[in-house]
Design a protein around this ligand. Structure first.
Ligand code: TXA
Ligand code: MG
Length: 350
């Protein structure tokens, strides 16, 4: 299959291109498109065959449900039952934006889209290209992140092209995304609202609207025996091809430890990499040293993380070390993705 790449300007959206992309979805095909979080791999959410194609294109297990993207609030009532007061409060505050909410699904949503679940994840993205594309596609676009299963999510169209060329009909290239980490997922079908995946909308921001919000404990702790509530969170994910280890401790100890490990790998002729911060990058002796940003600029770190991980693969790095980040605020989402990328391999220096 030929994959057409169409460049589109956020500031001056070409409606004709969005119409063409929308028609591909209506005809049962697949189109990757930018959102404010990461690029999505879109298909018609109400067409079971489209969802099946999405799983095939990504190489994703079919028990891992897709998020349905909508462009207006009325569409929510077409696909979800029992939309609560809490949901409406969150929608008012954070939609359009990087928040996904879980509802009971209506029959119109095929089980292929929800990975066999009776619930449906819904999000209204704020990216203007995404908005126009969803409208032109008929209003209900199922879209996981547009990466091959297991790889870091795409934050640029070139990442999508790396993974999806030949597998989908079209890529809408709207440039670099704004946030760089996937949406926060909150389950509103449980007794107490619960975060299933941390993201840019933090626990504190949600609590300011709803009062107490719980967080699925399995997210930052791999020792838990219970599986995470979002099926996708159980899979190894975001992983670079080589081995990634997170090292925690004071700056001096972390730098010493990592440099020692790097020296040993280098002696064996193995290519090495480090994810450091503005404050520390000049101190590492790795072949590839990635600067995640200043330690306190969590939004910058979030924005760069997936691209850094892909860059290691491009440079064929075999052994990688990363500094650790705080797990408050957006840091919670950063550490969740980094821990998954590292397969939860963490060294804690006393
Ligand atoms: O920012 C985002 O959310 C991006 C962009 C494209 O919108 N999408 C995204 O989709 O990250 P994906 O498929 O890569 O991740 C969706 C996550 C998975 O972990 C999945 O298991 C969970 O959402 N999920 C979907 N439906 C669910 C449901 N009904 N109940 C619990 N978890 C669900
Ligand atoms: Mg994903």
């Amino acid at each position: 299959m030929e994959t057409k790449i169409c460049t589109i300007d956020k500031e001056n959206i070409d409606i004709e291109i969005c119409k063409r992309a929308g028609q591909i979805i209506k005809d049962g095909g697949l189109v990757a498109f930018p959102t404010e979080t990461v690029y999505g791999l879109g298909g018609d959410a109400l067409n079971s065959e489209s969802s099946t194609k999405i799983y095939a294109a990504k190489g994703r297990p079919s028990d891992n449900p897709l998020i349905v993207h909508i462009a207006d609030i009325d569409s929510l009532y077409t696909i979800a039952n029992n939309v609560s007061e809490n949901a409406l409060k969150l929608a008012k505050e954070f939609w359009p934006g990087p928040l996904t909410m879980i509802f009971e699904k209506k029959d119109i949503v095929p089980l292929e889209t929800t990975g066999g679940m009776q619930t449906v994840a819904v999000r209204m993205p704020s990216d203007p290209i995404a908005m126009e594309f969803i409208k032109q596609a008929g209003g209900f676009v199922a879209a996981p992140s547009a990466n091959l299963s297991g790889r870091p999510s795409p934050t640029m169209a070139k990442h999508v092209a790396e993974d999806m060329t030949g597998r989908i009909e079209m890529i809408l290239d709207g440039g670099d995304v704004g946030i760089g980490l996937e949406s926060t997922i909150i389950d509103l079908t449980s007794e107490k609202p619960m975060i299933l995946r941390p993201g840019y909308i933090t626990q504190k921001m949600l609590e300011d609207v709803l009062g107490v919000v719980e967080i699925d404990k399995t997210i930052l702790d791999n020792t838990s025996k219970t599986p995470p509530k979002a099926p996708g969170m159980k899979y190894r994910h975001y992983a670079p091809k080589g081995e990634l280890i997170i090292v925690e401790g004071t700056n001096d100890k972390v730098i010493d430890y990592i440099n020692q490990a790097l020296t040993e790998h280098k002696a064996k002729g193995e290519k090495t990499g480090v994810i450091g911060t503005e404050e520390t990058v000049s101190k590492y002796c790795a072949d590839v040293v990635e600067n995640a940003g200043r330690r306190e600029d969590e939004e910058v770190i979030a924005h760069r993380l997936f691209a850094l991980l892909r860059d290691f693969d491009e440079k064929d790095v075999k052994h990688m070390y990363s500094e650790s980040f705080t797990s408050d605020g957006v840091g919670q989402a950063i550490m969740n993705r980094l821990l998954k990328a590292a397969g939860h391999k963490v060294i804690r220096l006393e």
